[in-house]
Design a protein around this ligand. Structure first.
Ligand SMILES: [Ca+2]
Ligand SMILES: [Ca+2]
Ligand SMILES: [Ca+2]
Ligand SMILES: [Ca+2]
Length: 339
């Protein structure tokens, strides 16, 4: 880990997990420089006795729960769970660590689901996490319980990608913007012609006056598409879809910033003002995504990576379906997946 590469740290827990019954019994995957500074994604027994997932970050010995997944889908039935994949996706350039999981049983498969909130490494933390002595591995614990836990891990892997900047893009679209070159020399182009919307037309929205935290490319985030029809249109009719000709395996980077709700002189901000589902190739990758929650506030950029999408029909389909207000998107990158 001498170079600051994007890493995908993953493990697979073999089901059934019916032996996980005592509070805080847990197992999963971790990444970090030492025992007081690390990030973990674990399956754990929750206070109500059910199995759930937790993304947890400890900084100088003080822990924070970043995101949780309750007892849903195959996870809700640990006795029939066949496999539980747990992944940490790190991007040193963006300073983010994202978590994802996939749970399968004989009758269901969640697909890869990325948790909405990511860990943002600040300042010197990026250097610490990506230093040569940093570690990644599997963990099990029965913290606070006298009942030991035995879990079976089928695999553990650390895969490195080239950094995003070094990889040839297939698309780099400044949604609602125009051709421009960003602070690191990357060329972006307009998204005209690549999307459809309903029940009306997704117009250009912008807020050029505002500064956007967490990026040097404020211009990319000062324009977006969201409103796909009148405010009176039924929620379930509100859909924005990108249809990008491409084939093979690709990685997607979705760029968001909330620049209306919570922006000076605009609408009141906060979590829950704009909520939408994101689907890729017809499969929901984010249910009830909230930009403000994911970014940690308004006027803050957040980049969501979605890795390894197989496009077999010649068109990459990315859709944003409204739950509250209208879904919004500021920029889309599509990169060739490493072989
Ligand atoms: Ca900025
Ligand atoms: Ca834009
Ligand atoms: Ca939803
Ligand atoms: Ca498709």
């Amino acid at each position: 880990m001498a170079e600051q590469l994007s890493l995908s740290i993953s493990t697979r827990l073999v089901g059934p997990l019916s032996n996980m019954t005592t509070l805080n019994q847990q197992g999963g995957v971790m990444f970090g420089p030492d025992q007081d500074n690390y990030i973990k994604l674990i399956a754990r027994v929750q206070s109500d006795g059910t199995l759930g997932l937790q993304l947890y970050s400890e900084k100088k010995g003080v822990g924070t729960t970043i995101a949780t997944v309750g007892s849903v889908g195959p996870i809700a039935s640990p006795s029939t769970l066949e496999s539980l994949d747990l992944m940490l996706l790190t991007d040193p350039q963006a300073g983010t660590v994202q978590a994802a999981y996939r749970a399968t049983s004989a009758t269901s498969d969640t697909g890869m689901v990325i948790l909405p909130n990511s860990v943002l490494l600040k300042g010197g933390q990026v250097g610490q996490y990506f230093a040569a002595q940093s570690k990644a591995g599997i963990i099990t614990s029965s913290k606070g319980s006298t009942t030991p836990i035995t879990l079976t891990f089928d695999s553990f892997a650390i895969a490195s990608n080239e950094t995003t900047a070094a990889r040839a893009p297939i698309y780099r679209l400044d949604v609602a913007g125009s051709d421009y070159t960003d602070s690191s020399g990357k060329d972006w182009s307009s998204d005209a012609g690549f999307f459809t919307s309903s029940p009306g037309e997704a117009i250009v929205e912008s807020n050029f006056g505002v500064g956007i935290a967490n990026t040097d490319n404020d211009l990319l985030y000062q324009t977006y598409r969201a409103k796909t029809g009148p405010e009176t249109s039924p929620m379930e009719s509100r859909l924005l879809s990108y249809n990008l000709p491409v084939s093979g395996k690709v990685d997607v980077r979705l760029h968001f910033a909330e620049i209306n709700f919570g922006a000076p002189g605009r609408a009141a901000g906060g979590i829950g003002k704009r909520v939408f589902d994101i689907a890729i190739e017809g499969k929901t990758v984010f249910d009830n995504f909230d930009i403000t929650a994911a970014a940690g506030g308004a006027l803050t950029a957040v980049v969501v990576p979605i890795e390894g999408i197989q496009v077999v029909d010649g068109t990459l389909n990315i859709s944003f379906r409204s739950e509250v207000n209208f879904g919004a998107i500021s920029g889309i990158e599509v990169l060739r997946s490493p072989a």
